[in-house]
Design a protein. Structure first.
Length: 253
């Protein structure tokens, strides 16, 4: 087993059990305790685990929200595949919303140059990426910029959304479950995300498999608000079935 595969399994176990123990992991993977400690250090630097005495716990257990740079360094290949699959959901022309996030950012980089689109973003970073494209009209929502995610929030972001109606909203999330819906740690971001969903004819969620089945503080929508979930092949078939039963088409890229 490669280190990356072992680390992904450690993260899965931590989320399923609420905690992982160094000694138990070393026995289970038949490696040294020092190897497991290095794995936990990698996962902590990626912002998905927090080290505690003798082991680690997933960050969602302590209400910790990893910064954008940390999230952007995790599951890179899967996020690239998700972004590529999302291109099939773009309209030939018209307007779309790109929510702030590490996976939606990859979609921004992949947007085609051969169709005219208006793109609404709540991220100065995405506006900079897209602003020089001759075929795109980029509309940046104003407001307070959150340092964690570099997303604009609060009233200056909400007021323009109230008067918009786009073809597709490409959304990101921290958590998605049939029981709790779509969730994120910050209530201000949840409010903007909710307004984005309301402003769209169709809603496409871009979320890697680690987001599915997790819940965070602030709810911004129900699973039934989605038209499509684009995720990766790591998503458990049973979880995918639960989402599909709610009327959502699931694409595992």
């Amino acid at each position: 087993m490669y280190a990356e595969e072992r680390q992904e399994e450690i993260l899965r176990l931590a989320r399923a059990q609420g905690r992982v123990d160094v000694t138990a992991l070393a026995d289970g993977f038949q490696v040294t305790a020092e190897t497991i400690r290095r794995d936990l250090t990698v996962l902590e630097r990626a912002g998905v685990l927090r080290r505690v005495h003798g082991g680690a716990i997933p960050v969602e257990r302590i209400g910790f929200e990893p910064a954008l740079a940390a999230r952007d360094s995790v599951l890179i290949t899967e996020k690239e595949r998700i972004a590529k699959a999302a291109l099939a959901e773009l309209p030939d022309e018209g307007a779309v919303i790109l929510d702030a996030g590490s996976t939606t950012a990859r979609l921004a980089h992949a947007l085609p140059t051969d169709r005219e689109l208006s793109v609404v973003v709540n991220s100065p970073v995405l506006a900079t990426v897209l602003g020089t494209r001759a075929n795109l009209t980029v509309l940046l929502l104003g407001g307070r910029v959150r340092g964690k995610t570099l997303a604009t929030v609060d009233d200056w972001a909400l007021r323009p959304l109230a008067d918009m109606y786009v073809d597709v909203a490409f959304m990101g999330t921290n958590g998605c479950s049939v029981e709790r819906g779509l969730t994120t740690p910050d209530p201000a971001e949840a409010t903007v995300k909710r307004a984005m969903i309301a402003a769209a004819r169709r809603v496409v969620l871009l979320a890697d498999h680690t987001k599915i089945g997790n819940d965070y503080l602030a709810r911004f929508g129900a699973v039934g608000d989605l038209d499509v979930l684009i995720t990766d092949t790591g998503l458990d078939a049973e979880l995918a079935g639960d989402v599909e039963a709610a009327g959502v088409r699931v694409v595992r890229a």
